[in-house]
Structure formats: C-alpha cells, structure tokens
Ligand binder design. Structure first.
Ligand SMILES: [Zn+2]
Length: 145
C-alpha cells in the first residue's frame, strides 16, 4: 500500500481529484476513469493484446454508443508528454499500453465543441500485498466501503 499512498500524494501534488479518493473498478473489473464532472460518463480500462481498451459507460455503468466522442491520450510527464495513438472502436477507444509505472492521461470530449475532461491513472502493475491485484486495479478501497 506504500505505492498507493505515494500515488495519492503525487496525485494531490499534481492537483488531481479522484472521484471518491481511490481506485474505482468497473463492471468487468477494469479501472474506472471519470470522464465528466457529474459521474455521467466513465471509461472502463482493460488491457488486451498490448492495448488499453477503454469502454465508455454512462452513469449506470452501461455501455454508451460511441458516435462523436473523441479522446486524446498521452503519457510521460508534463515536461515531455508523449502522444499515444488512439483508435476508435464500437464501444470506445484503444490506446497502446504505457510503460509500467507511467501515467496514462486521457482527454475526453463528448462532442467536438465540448470542454475536454481530463482523467489520468498510473499504470502500476506491481502486486498489491493485500488484494493480490496489480496496484492499478487494486480492490482494497472498494472492499472497505
Ligand atoms: Zn489492494
């Protein structure tokens, strides 16, 4: 859990607000990212074939039809952000998996004119000593609810 605290501390320094102060998991066990200010849009992130698969989910965590929504994805730090190639799918987007311990930063736009919403997660694949899941999918917070 040390890594987790570090992550949280870093996130606070970076001015990132987590929805509920921890890792949230989606219906398929993937990492949930908040893509709205009011919990009306989320993305569930799962890794398959070397790619992050982002599935867009509504407020009830039901799949959303992907039409004019767009994302951009970057990794790396602020000084040297690295743009990632985004591909659109029927259910969301795919993005190449970032390096272990690196951040995935997603900017989501619901429509071409919408204000972009930024979500980010640290891709920490180290095993959590408590729940045995990779840290980026740590279930500990969920169980404590
Ligand atoms: Zn855990």
């Amino acid at each position: 859990m040390k890594t987790k605290l570090m992550t949280l501390a870093l996130a606070l320094i970076a001015g990132v607000a987590f929805g509920h102060g921890g890792v949230e998991l989606g219906p398929k066990g993937g990492r949930l990212l908040e893509l709205s200010k009011d919990e009306s849009m989320h993305a569930e992130v799962l890794v398959k074939d070397g790619k992050f698969h982002l599935t867009l989910l509504d407020k009830d965590l039901k799949p959303v039809k992907v039409t004019e929504q767009t994302i951009t994805a970057t990794t790396g730090d602020r000084k040297s952000p690295e743009k990632l190639e985004v591909a659109k799918t029927d259910t969301g987007f795919t993005v190449p998996v970032v390096k272990d311990g690196a951040w995935l930063i997603v900017q989501f736009k619901a429509t071409p004119k919408a204000k972009p919403i930024t979500a980010r997660m640290e891709y920490d694949t180290g095993e959590c000593s408590e729940c045995k899941s990779p840290e980026w999918l740590c279930k500990c917070k969920e169980e404590k609810k």
